[in-house]
Design a protein. Structure first.
Length: 417
């Protein structure tokens, strides 16, 4: 077995960028925007969307760009091999043929993960073991030494994907998942993942300069993502990536890509606002914003969501992920059952939106598909997403002028909504 030459800086590679389901279109649009950063010689090409991700291609340095700038991708996977298979031995053979030694050394630790859709193979664990054995056997044949496995903090991650007929082998250029931006030190219960928050911002139509308000901000994920966009801070600016440990890591190209980051000029007038019922959450949000490199003021307030007022004279966008359970009842009536507290909260919040937020567009992200009924509002759009395995919706409500007056004129209809 001989070692071949390393790929050149002009070699084109195929990539797969997974993302939360429901954000494939948004991710494809985002990668196309990242491609324009290489203009006039655009080297990134978006190919097709599939459930859970986007296929694209480009130079090795383009994987650096996508890792640095993508707010929606979960990882950037470099395709190593692709072939039809019938059994685990076919998978072993494909893994053994790949020139892993051109990408990492025996000193690097390794982890292998396999996912499948409609695969006839009985055990993904056995398939994972066969891939790991093939990689280690190749190194042993070449160097009489094999890399060690580290499932918690590996230097290199190899990913296999099987469908009913074909097997694809990837090398992960990202390392830790890209939603781990490197700034989050404190979280509340079940925090929204950063790449999902970024996808919700894009889907809502929010852009820098528009007013954004999160009245149930929790640990501040939506606000931090929006603030970084506003300031021109790339999501990967505060973390490291697996590609920095590759054998052919192009350090000059990486330095140039990072050097091209240009902070955006900031207005003295705030456009991003947040609040939460919990003072601890407000303090946590403030801390997380600092860790995310946000140097400008994001006005935050401790207040119940039912009591909020517009933070700006200019109507904008409300985008929030309403909490559940205990956080709703922090100041609720202890004598009421949880379900009554839950229903009373959303009824009151719906009234607040109708009475005080005329002209605003409201986006609520929730796994509770009955949310519009609880608010007594009719959504103008509901976009399906998955938060992990949980099916969710992003509900849009247009708070048009006179909404509350119409409701008052039709009390019976309103009660039946």
């Amino acid at each position: 077995m001989s070692v071949t030459t390393l790929p050149s800086s002009t070699t084109n590679f195929s990539y797969f960028c997974p993302c939360p389901r429901g954000l494939e279109i948004a991710l494809a649009e985002e990668i196309a925007e990242i491609a324009q950063l290489t203009a006039p010689a655009v080297t990134i090409k978006v190919h097709n969307q599939v459930p859970g991700g986007v296929h694209c291609s480009g130079l090795l340095s383009d994987s650096y760009r996508i890792n640095l700038h993508s707010r929606i991708a979960s990882r950037v996977l470099l395709r190593m091999g692709h072939r039809a298979y019938k059994n685990e031995n076919d998978i072993y053979d494909l893994a053994l043929e790949q020139e892993w030694e051109n990408w990492f050394s025996v000193e690097h630790t390794l982890r292998v993960d396999v996912t499948a859709v409609k695969s006839p193979l009985r055990s993904l664990e056995f398939t994972t073991l066969k891939i790991k054995d093939a990689i280690c056997d190749r190194f042993r044949d070449l160097f009489q030494v094999r890399p060690s496995v580290d499932t918690k903090n590996p230097d290199m991650r190899v990913v296999g994907f099987l469908d009913a007929r074909n097997f694809t082998l990837y090398l992960d250029t990202s390392g830790e998942a890209l939603f781990k931006r490197g700034w989050r030190e404190e979280t509340g219960e079940a925090p929204l993942r950063e790449n999902l928050a970024a996808g919700l911002l894009r889907t809502s139509g929010w852009k820098p300069g528009m007013v954004l308000f999160d009245p149930m901000c929790g640990s501040g994920t939506i606000l931090a993502e929006a603030a970084q966009i506003l300031a021109g801070v790339p999501p990967g600016a505060r973390r490291h990536f697996a590609f920095e440990k590759f054998q052919q890591f192009q350090s000059d190209a990486w330095a140039a890509i990072k050097g091209s980051i240009k902070p955006l000029p900031m207005s003295d007038i705030p456009t991003i606002f947040g609040s939460d019922i919990s003072g601890d959450m407000v303090a946590m949000t403030r801390h997380n914003l600092r860790c995310a490199g946000i140097l400008f003021d994001v006005p935050l307030k401790q207040i119940e969501a039912q009591e909020v007022k517009p933070p700006s004279d200019v109507p904008g966008i409300i985008l929030t992920n309403p909490p559940y359970g205990e956080r709703i009842g922090v100041r609720g009536d202890a004598a009421l059952p949880n379900e009554e507290v839950f229903n009373a909260f959303f009824s009151a919040f719906g009234d607040t939106l109708k009475q005080r937020f005329s002209g605003w567009n409201v986006f609520l992200f929730s796994g509770d598909l009955t949310l519009p009924k609880l608010l007594r509002l009719k959504e103008t759009r509901k976009t399906p997403f998955f938060n992990g395995a949980l099916e969710c919706r992003l509900f849009r409500f247009e708070m048009v002028a006179g909404y509350n007056r119409r409701e008052a004129a039709k009390p019976k209809e309103s009660a039946a909504e």
